[in-house]
Design a protein around this ligand. Structure first.
Ligand code: MLT
Ligand code: MN
Ligand code: ZN
Length: 301
C-alpha cells in the first residue's frame, strides 16, 4: 500500500480569487476561469485504512466532491473518510467542520489549545454536539498519531499565533502545528506546514530527510499587505505568523540546505506576486527548485 496525498486547496483565507476582491491578481484569476482558481488550503492523506483531511476549509464540500478517492459507497453512507487533523484553529482551516455534520463517524485531532478554541471562541464543538459523528482527540507535539498500520502523523509545534477571534485565550506554543507523515512501509515522509512563523531548529529537523515539504507561502515579503492594500498600518507577514518566501531571511533561502527535498508552497494569499506565472518572483522560486502546490495535485510517498 502506498500512502497517497491530495492537495485539496492551496490558497490562504479568502482563496484566489477572493469573493470581494478586485485586485489585479483576483481579477486575472476571475478572467482565467475556474480552472485557475485556488481553494483554501487543505490536504487529504491516505494509507491502507482510509482517508484523513488535514484542515477543513470553508471550501470542503467542493474539495471533497472534486476528489474521486473521497466518493462514498458502496454502502449508502459508507465514506472512505476516517478523520481530520487540524494544524491550528484559524477559520480558514476550521469553518468547514460544520459542513461535516451529516453524522459520519470522524476522529478529529488537534492540540489542546485548538480544541479549547473550538469550544470557547468558535464553538463548533458545542454547536455540533447534538449532531453526532465527530469525536475529538488532543494531540501533542512529538507524539505520533497512528492513521494506519503503516502511516503515522507526528505533530510539530510551530508557533504561538492565535486566531483573531481567540485573542482572549491563553498564549502557548501549540497554537500552530505542522504534521510529519511517515510511511513506515516505504520510508516516505511528507511534512505539511501551512503556517510557518519561523524556520526553527525543530522545523529544520522535521524537514531533514523528507521527500516532500508543503509549506507556508502566504506572502512573498513582510510588508506585502500594507503595500497591496495601501493601508500603512496593515500587519506584517511575520506579525501574522507567516514567514515570507522572499528576501534575505525568507524561507526560499533555506531550501538549498535540503537539496533532496521537494518543496511546494501552499496557503498562497491573493496578494502574493508569486501567483503570477510570468513574474520575477515565480522565476526566483523555480530557480530555487521549488513549486507552488496545485489544487487536485496527487503525491505519493
Ligand atoms: C492566517 O492565516 O493568518 C489567518 O487565517 C488570517 C485570517 O484571519 O484570515
Ligand atoms: Mn490562514
Ligand atoms: Zn485580490
Amino acid at each position: 500500500m502506498i500512502v497517497r496525498v491530495r492537495v485539496l486547496g492551496s490558497a490562504a483565507g479568502g482563496g484566489v480569487p477572493q469573493w470581494n476582491c478586485a485586485c489585479a491578481q483576483c481579477t486575472r484569476a476571475r478572467r482565467q476561469g475556474a480552472g485557475a482558481w485556488r481553494g483554501q488550503d487543505a490536504l487529504a492523506v491516505a494509507g491502507s485504512e482510509g482517508w484523513f483531511l488535514v484542515n477543513v476549509s470553508p471550501d470542503v464540500r467542493a474539495q471533497v466532491l472534486a476528489t474521486p478517492e473521497l466518493a462514498p459507497g458502496p454502502g449508502r453512507r459508507q465514506t472512505p473518510l476516517r478523520g481530520v487533523l487540524l494544524t491550528d484553529a484559524e477559520l480558514d482551516h476550521t469553518l468547514g467542520i460544520a459542513a461535516l455534520r451529516e453524522g459520519s463517524a470522524l476522529d478529529v485531532h488537534a492540540s489542546p489549545v485548538v480544541l479549547r478554541a473550538l469550544t470557547e471562541g468558535f464553538p463548533v464543538r458545542t454547536l455540533l454536539a447534538g449532531y453526532g459523528g465527530l469525536r475529538w482527540h488532543a494531540v501533542l507535539p512529538g507524539q505520533p498519531i497512528r492513521l494506519a498500520a503503516e502511516l503515522t502523523a507526528t505533530p510539530i509545534a510551530l508557533g504561538h499565533k492565535r486566531p483573531r477571534y481567540a485573542a482572549a485565550l491563553p498564549a502557548g506554543p501549540e497554537w500552530v502545528l505542522a504534521y510529519r507523515f511517515h510511511d513506515t512501509s516505504t520510508g516516505g515522509v511528507l511534512v505539511y506546514a501551512p503556517g510557518l512563523a519561523e524556520w526553527s531548529p525543530a522545523f529544520d529537523a522535521a524537514v531533514a530527510g523528507a521527500d516532500w515539504v508543503i509549506l507556508d507561502g502566504t506572502f512573498w515579503r513582510d510588508e506585502e499587505l500594507a503595500h497591496s492594500t495601501g493601508e500603512r498600518t496593515a500587519a506584517t507577514a511575520r506579525q501574522m505568523g507567516h514567514l515570507p518566501i522572499g528576501g534575505e531571511h525568507g524561507s526560499l533561502r533555506r531550501l538549498a540546505h535540503h537539496p533532496s527535498v521537494r518543496f511546494c508552497y501552499t496557503h498562497l494569499n491573493n496578494t502574493n506576486p508569486v501567483l503570477d506565472a510570468a513574474g520575477p518572483e515565480r522565476a526566483q522560486l523555480t530557480e530555487a527548485g521549488a513549486q507552488l502546490a496545485e489544487d487536485g495535485q496527487l503525491l505519493t510517498l
